[in-house]
Design a protein around this ligand. Structure first.
Ligand code: MG
Length: 365
């Protein structure tokens, strides 16, 4: 199975409700879909969103990096040489992690198709059913409480609450939501870099003193402020998770060495794809550090890849935040991973099992 061509499409899917964090507001998913064609007629699918404020990747940079740096190293190569090809992708260009992720996802999809097995089985197997949380966007307190109660009624048992706007209001937000769903759902907070280290300690100690138990708090401080992250981790009981602070395996090693956080959020768009996500899960497992697997605003192409990784690496990846598909107004993909609100299950279809993508607009190759 030799790679013959790489083509691009644009996939746009409206969100059920606007996605609001401390960094941005988004109304629809607009992702680049990557199609890797082969001489056997098999096509592998990958996907990447533009998340300029986090990874620096834009639609233009994703397509350009693939077209001019990644594709030339893959055309004519054999899919069976997976490890050599993932090294070629990672070494093709600095950064550009979303572009690398999209191509790696398509390549692993083809690798599964080559051997006629779902990806998670080739990655070592596992229980093909996982449970995800859902994001509650940052908003007025009443709106966040209503959204949280609605999510619990839809069956979600973990809520990821976006905060990080105004420390006083953030504390009131969490108290109100906790009171509304107590005993029915676990709360995860995501501050998206919105607090200083001292503000984070103040907010979390205030919440702890009020008897509010949080499962974790994600990225309280600026991405580059590892000292600040460690300052918070040392001073609160609530587990602290690093998201924007860690992209690849080297940064994870540094974070663990500094004991700057308790948990690591793995996202394929930060790691540059599946090969590094596996490395991070293995490094974390060696150190007894838990991981979450998350996603950007992605549909069920690239999120399916994250699901396969989560299933195969469930010993290290104990928390799942793969709510991209359930935030979308509809699922544009007929595929091998079934997204049913909080429950995600994987079929035995080879690779990622993607049969059709509805509404895909071709981009010039
Ligand atoms: Mg986050």
């Amino acid at each position: 199975m030799k790679i013959t061509d790489i083509r691009f499409g644009m996939l746009k899917v409206p969100l059920k409700t606007p996605f609001k964090t401390a960094l941005r507001t988004v109304n629809q998913v607009e992702d680049i879909v990557v199609m890797v064609h082969t001489d056997s007629g098999h096509v592998g699918y990958g996907e990447a969103p533009a998340t300029a404020v986090i990874t620096g990747d834009t639609h233009g940079s994703i397509v350009d990096a693939i077209r001019h740096y990644i594709a030339p190293r893959l055309i004519g190569q054999d899919v069976a040489e997976l490890n050599r090809l993932t090294r070629a992708i990672q070494g093709s260009v600095e950064k550009n992690t979303s572009a690398k992720a999209a191509v790696e996802i398509a390549l692993y999809d083809l690798w599964g198709q080559l051997y006629g097995a779902p990806l998670y089985k080739l990655l070592g197997g596992g229980d093909p059913v996982i449970t995800t949380d859902i994001t509650i966007s940052v908003d007025y307190i009443d709106k966040m409480v209503a959204d949280s109660v609605a999510a619990v009624e839809r069956g979600f048992e973990s809520l990821k609450i976006k905060v990080g706007k105004d420390i006083g209001v953030d504390i009131e937000r969490v108290k109100a939501i906790y009171a509304a769903v107590e005993g029915r759902a676990l709360l995860r907070l995501d501050a998206n870099q919105g607090w200083t280290a001292k503000q984070a300690v103040y907010a979390l100690q205030t919440l702890e003193d009020a008897g509010i138990k949080l499962e974790l708090v994600e990225q309280p401080v600026k991405a580059r402020d590892l000292d600040g992250m460690r300052y918070v981790t040392e001073r609160v009981h609530t587990p602290i998770m690093a998201d924007e602070s860690v992209f690849g395996p080297m940064e994870v090693i540094e974070l663990i060495r500094l004991r700057a956080a308790d948990i690591i959020n793995i996202k394929l768009m930060k790691t540059g794809g599946i090969s590094n996500a596996i490395k991070i899960a293995d490094i974390a497992a060696l150190h007894g550090v838990d991981c979450m697997i998350g996603c950007m605003l992605e549909t069920s192409i690239s999120v399916a890849a994250a699901v396969h990784v989560a299933v195969a690496k469930a010993d290290a990846i104990t928390k799942v935040d793969l709510d991209g598909p359930s935030l979308c107004a509809f699922n544009p993909v007929d595929g091998g991973v079934i997204f049913n609100e909080s429950e995600i299950s994987v079929t035995d279809a080879p690779g990622l099992g993607i049969r059709a993508i509805h509404g895909l607009e071709p981009l010039e190759s």
